[in-house]
Write a protein that binds this ligand. Structure first.
Ligand SMILES: NC(=O)c1ccc[n+]([C@@H]2O[C@H](COP(=O)([O-])OP(=O)(O)OC[C@H]3O[C@@H](n4cnc5c(N)ncnc54)[C@H](OP(=O)(O)O)[C@@H]3O)[C@@H](O)[C@H]2O)c1
Length: 314
């Protein structure tokens, strides 16, 4: 019987509550596949669940394992699973943002997507949550089309770095908002214009945008309303109470406000994979940590200063 390492915590708290333990790998039930995880993405939601700030909306028993996105190879499939076979390279956003920091996971087969050939496991693991959030924001909420003017606040972060690239893939005009240290990074992602948030308050600009994606959830709808064109859309990754209220009233107004909740969809990962194959999307990883160093990765992501993404190597 193989054994595996996984990261657990037995109480809410700082990154130091994370520990690495030995455990038996799970058995894949019907419709699931056992994945030998090579890399897992690290996201802000991982520390928010770990420190207890999401305990009202995500209650659960201890021990808990962080992590909601993985890349690896199919080890075996459960009864009734037939699409993937042992050895296939796959990546996925898990059905829940938990359980991914482990050397094996059993995951629903319909969440898996083949890894684009040109990507390493680490690069693939850096895509799902942030990439899907960016895609679903721009395409599903923003209804992006060629020629639109799009502003991405937090363009240097995980969600933001994908949002800039996806908006460019749709042939939009993109303004990226970041700090001075990230200007060349955001330029390299393809942004047409850059605004330094330490020098310019973009909510006071005269520019009019079709879509404003606040990838870091730092602005509210009321401060961005006037920079939207008639019919423009504001999307936030964080659920400020006012945005939920305003979203319920969208039918009354031409300018729309949305809080996006990322959905785990394999067909959207296929879409992102196609952009990778066409050289229009590239995961940007600031640092790769080992599974034994998960606490350092959490300190880093909790700083709010990550350029692109962090990944744990299993
Ligand atoms: N609703 C959902 O389904 C969903 C999905 C994914 C993520 N999220 C949430 O979205 C947020 C963003 O996540 P993330 O993974 O992209 O990374 P993140 O770690 O929150 O973002 C880090 C980046 O934000 C930049 N930044 C910090 N303060 C800023 C400011 N005031 N203005 C503009 N940029 C700023 C930082 O650059 P500097 O160091 O240069 O400032 C850094 O590059 C998190 O709160 C996360 O929980 C929600």
């Amino acid at each position: 019987m193989i054994s595996m390492k996984k990261v657990i915590y037995n109480k809410y708290g700082p990154p130091e509550v994370l520990e690495v333990v030995e455990a038996d790998p799970p058995e894949p039930l019907a419709g699931r596949a056992l994945i030998k995880v090579e890399a897992a993405g690290v996201n802000p939601v991982d520390y928010k669940i770990r420190n207890g700030s999401m305990k009202l909306i995500m209650p659960g028993k201890f021990p808990r394992t962080p992590g909601g996105e993985i890349a690896g190879t199919v080890e075996k499939t459960g009864p009734g699973s037939s699409f993937f076979k042992p050895g296939d390279r796959v990546f996925a956003m898990m059905g829940t943002p938990q359980g991914g920091y482990a050397q094996y996971v059993a995951i629903k087969e319909n969440l898996l997507c083949p890894i684009p050939q040109r990507l390493s496991f680490e690069e693939a693991a850096a895509i799902p949550l942030a990439g899907l959030t960016a895609l679903q924001s721009l395409r599903d909420k923003g209804r992006i089309i060629k020629g639109m003017r799009v502003l991405v606040n937090g363009a240097s972060g995980g969600v933001g770095s994908y949002a800039v690239q996806i908006a460019k893939a749709y042939h939009a005009h993109v303004t990226g908002v970041c700090s001075a240290r990230n200007v060349s990074f955001v330029q390299d992602l393809g942004a047409d214009e850059i605004l330094d948030y330490e020098k310019v308050d973009f909510t006071r600009m005269d520019n009019v945008y079709d879509i404003v994606v606040d990838a870091v959830g730092k602005k509210d709808f009321s401060s961005c309303r006037k920079i939207l064109k008639t019919g423009g859309v504001f999307i936030s990754t964080l659920p400020h109470p006012m945005i939920l209220f305003r979203q319920a009233l969208n039918f009354l107004f031409s300018k729309k406000a949305y809080f996006v909740i990322c959905k785990s969809r394999a067909k959207d990962l296929v879409f992102l994979s196609r952009l990778v194959d066409e050289n229009k999307l590239k995961p940007c990883i600031e640092k790769i940590y080992t599974i034994d160093d998960a606490a350092s990765a959490h300190h880093h992501v909790e700083s709010g200063r990550v350029r692109g993404k962090l990944v744990l190597k299993m």
